[in-house]
Design a protein around this ligand. Sequence first.
Ligand SMILES: Nc1ncnc2c1ncn2[C@@H]1O[C@H](COP(=O)(O)OP(=O)(O)OP(=O)(O)O)[C@@H](O)[C@H]1O
Ligand SMILES: O=P(O)(O)OC[C@H]1O[C@H](OP(=O)(O)OP(=O)(O)O)[C@H](O)[C@@H]1O
Ligand SMILES: [Mg+2]
Length: 283
Amino acid sequence: MLRLAIQKSGRLSDDSLNLIRECGISFISSSLKLKTECTNFPLEILFLRDDDIPGYVADGVADIGIVGENVLVEEGKQSLTVEKLGFSKCRLSLAVPKSAEYNSIADLNGKNIATSYPNLLQAYLDEQGVQANIHTISGSVEIAPSIGLAEAICDIVSSGSTLISNGLKEVERVFKSEAALIASEQLSDEKQQILEKLLFRIHAVQRARKAKYILLNSPNDKIEEISDLLPSVKAPTVLPLAEEGWSSLHSVVNEDDFWEIIEKIKEAGAQGILVVPIEKMII
Ligand SMILES: Nc1ncnc2c1ncn2[C@@H]1O[C@H](COP(=O)(O)OP(=O)(O)OP(=O)(O)O)[C@@H](O)[C@H]1O
Ligand SMILES: O=P(O)(O)OC[C@H]1O[C@H](OP(=O)(O)OP(=O)(O)O)[C@H](O)[C@@H]1O
Ligand SMILES: [Mg+2]
C-alpha cells in the first residue's frame, strides 16, 4: 500500500482529492478522519497540514505527497519533486502599502519585511543584493504593515484581492508556484510500481483535461481540407452520414487552440459542430 499525504483543509485540498477521484480511486472521506484507505486501489491517504508534508515524505513516513512548490522549496526539499500538477497556481510576491513610494528593490534596504517564507525571501534578497530584516510570522501576513510590524510583506498572491483589501500593492515577484507531486527517495520496488500505476492514471486525466472531442459534418469534397485543419491523436475518424455526399468527422483538439480551429473549419464548410469533454485520454 502506498501512503499519500495531502493537505487536510486549504487551497490544495479540493483539487488534490478531485485528482485522486478522477483517477477512478474511491475512498470514504470525513472531515474528522485524518487517514483513509482507498477501496479499489492500494493507496492510503493521510490528511495533514501542508507545511508538514515535505518532511513526512522526506522521512519516508508518507511515500508520496501533494504540496505547493513554495512550501517545498522553502523547506529545501525540491529534490523530492516527481512532477508539477498544474493547480493551486500562485506567486510569492513582495508588497508595500499603496501609498508608499517604491522605485526599485533597493528601496527595501534596511526595511522590515514580514513573511512566512523566510528562506525563499532571503535567497531572493541575496540575489538582488538587498539587506533587509526578515520577520517570520505564520499567517495573516498582509496585516503586518498596518499594525506597524513591517514596512513590506512577502506572501502568496493569486488574484491580488487580499493585497488590495489590505491597502497593499505588489512590487516584486519572488517565486512562481503550483502544486507538485513529491515522492520519497527510498520507495520499495512494490511501492514504485504502485506509484507508476498512479502516474499513468494522472497523466490520462491531465491529458483529457486539456483536450476536447470534436464531431462535425462535412461535405465529402471538403473532408481533406477540414482534416488538415484538425489536429488529432493519429488521424481524424471519417464516417459516412445517412445523407448522400456528407460525412461525419471526429477528432481531438487542444482546449487552447479550440476557438481558432472552429472558426477555420466553419469557413471550410463544416456544419453541426459538437464539442464534448473527454474523461480519460491514453495515447
Ligand atoms: N490564493 C491562492 N491561490 C492559489 N493557490 C494558493 C493560494 N494561496 C495559497 N495557495 C497554494 O496552496 C497552498 C496551501 O495554501 P493554504 O492557504 O491553504 O495554506 P495554509 O494556510 O498554510 O494551510 P495549512 O493549514 O495546511 O498549513 C500554498 O502553499 C500555495 O501553494
Ligand atoms: O491574491 P488572492 O487571490 O487574494 O490570494 C492570496 C491569499 O490566499 C492565501 O491565503 P488563504 O485565503 O488561503 O488563507 P490563509 O491565510 O488562511 O492561508 C494567501 O496566504 C493570501 O493571503
Ligand atoms: Mg500551512
